[in-house]
Every structure is written in structure tokens, then in C-alpha cells.
Design a protein. Structure first.
Length: 270
């Protein structure tokens, strides 16, 4: 039987982030992927040209259609857009008693477009985060959740514990925006913090990095890995997706979600 994973997130018409990135990642890691779309975005490597949210009633239909038939071994949430969609998602996760929940608190796109309305933060903190096996904010998102700027590794550690206090079982704060010779994340498992270092890949091809990471964590959880194992494996996956990314479009190109399978026109690895 397939390991299964469900992503509840927005669609990226450019294919670099959101639902498309999640499904590519699931496929790459050998997991059967399913989706419930919260919003359509008209999007490319340059930015977001438009956003159209679905109704909470339709999102509920999507989620119920998947869970009452196929089921899932893990779930990740991405762009939830507004309080109604966030509340709907949290309610259904509880109703179906889902486990291995990865919350990627997507708030702002790389071009500055808001992907989560301001009044949704409290719903996210009070209703969705308490259900999470792991939450994966970047520095800006973690800063919003703890209501202050996060500027170094010590502040990342403090913030991870505060976010866990909202109810999440574990927290991974992504430190890729900090300048340094290596990419450093902080993982808090509810008891202790772990500093995760990896090679810093110097590239502009970073669109969809956060989506790929959270989707990879969900995929590895669906495959039966522990949260700590899933985090380590997912971080390695994203490092390679960055390493093998190639230019695409005229803005910020995506990571290479399918790097083991993609080949350039001349047959070399991409």
C-alpha cells in the first residue's frame, strides 16, 4: 500500500511553490500525494499577479472527499489565506483525528505579497498550531508569532520554545535568511534545542524552498520516520534541490524538486 500525504495549500500557477511543489516533493520521495486547494494564485518567478481564495465550504468538500475515501498518513498545511479557511482546516483535522501534521505558516511571498490576512494570526495560533506535530516558520514568520524580530541563533532558540508553548509538539525555525557560511536551522523537540547546520548553497534559485521542506517532512512522516529523522532527511533533500536548481523564468527561479529525475537537454544531471 502507498504511503499517503495530503497537502492543504494554495496553487502556484508557475509550478515552483504551493500545491505543485508539494506534490512534486511527495512524488520524488515515493509518497502518494493528494491536495486540497485553498486559493488560486496567478504567479510566476517574478511575483504574484493575483489571488483567488476558495470558499470554506468548498475547501471542506475537498478535504472530506480525500479523507473519506483514500485517507492519509500525514498532512501538511501551507497557504491558508484567511481566518475562515484556517478555522475550517483546523476543525477537519480534529474531526478526522489526523496525526503527523506539519504546519508551514505561510504568511508572505518572496515578492512581498501577503498570503495570510492579518486577522488570521490569532486563529492560526489558537486553533491550528496546537494540532501540529511540527511547525516550520522562517525567521519572519517566527517573528510574527512571537511578536518581535529574530536576529540570531540564541533568539531562534528562545522563539522556538515560545512557539512550542502555543501547543505544537515540535518547532523548526528556518534560519536561511541569516548571513553565514552555513545554513543553520533550530529544531526544538519539546525538550531540547538542536542546531542543524548544512552547506550554504549560493544560488538565486530559491522559490518554493519552504514548501519543499515542509512537504518533505510530511512525506518522511508518512513513511514512518520520527519527527527528528524527518527533519534531518528533509533538510538534506532541500539542500540537494537547491544544489541542482537551474535558471528558469526572469525572476526568482524555483528549487529543483525532482532533481534525481530531471536531466537537461544534453543528458547531464540538473
Amino acid at each position: 500500500m502507498y504511503a499517503r500525504a495530503l497537502t492543504i495549500a494554495g496553487s502556484d500557477s508557475g509550478g515552483g511553490a504551493g500545491i505543485q511543489a508539494d506534490l512534486k516533493t511527495f512524488h520524488n520521495l515515493g509518497v502518494f500525494g493528494m491536495s486540497a486547494i485553498t486559493a488560486l494564485t496567478a504567479q510566476n518567478t517574478i511575483g504574484i499577479q493575483g489571488i483567488l481564495g476558495v470558499s470554506p465550504e468548498f475547501l471542506e468538500l475537498e478535504i472530506r472527499s480525500v479523507l473519506t475515501d483514500i485517507g492519509t498518513d500525514a498532512v501538511k498545511t501551507g497557504m491558508l489565506l484567511n481566518s475562515a479557511l484556517t478555522r475550517c482546516t483546523a476543525r477537519l483535522l480534529k474531526e478526522f483525528k489526523l496525526e503527523r501534521i506539519v504546519v508551514d505558516p505561510v504568511m508572505v511571498a518572496k515578492d512581498g505579497s501577503r498570503l495570510l490576512e492579518e486577522d488570521t494570526i490569532d486563529v492560526l495560533k489558537n486553533e491550528l498550531i496546537p494540532l501540529a506535530d511540527i511547525i516550520t516558520p522562517n525567521l519572519d514568520e517566527a517573528g510574527v508569532l512571537v511578536k518581535r524580530e529574530i536576529r540570531n541563533h540564541d533568539e531562534m532558540r528562545d522563539a522556538s520554545k515560545e512557539i512550542a508553548a502555543l501547543g505544537a509538539k515540535s518547532v523548526l525555525i528556518k534560519g536561511g535568511h541569516l548571513k553565514g557560511a552555513s545554513a543553520v536551522d533550530i529544531f526544538f523537540d519539546g525538550k531540547k534545542c538542536e542546531k542543524l547546520e548544512s552547506t550554504y548553497i549560493k544560488t538565486q534559485n530559491t522559490h518554493g524552498t519552504g514548501c519543499a521542506l515542509s512537504a518533505a517532512i510530511a512525506a518522511y512522516l508518512a513513511l514512518g520516520k520520527s519527527t527528528r529523522e524527518a527533519v534531518h532527511l528533509a533538510k538534506n533533500y532541500v539542500t540537494e534541490a537547491l544544489r541542482h536548481a537551474r535558471p528558469l523564468g526572469h525572476g526568482i527561479p524555483p528549487v529543483n524538486h525532482l532533481f534525481p529525475f530531471c536531466a537537461s537537454h544534453n543528458g547531464s544531471e540538473t
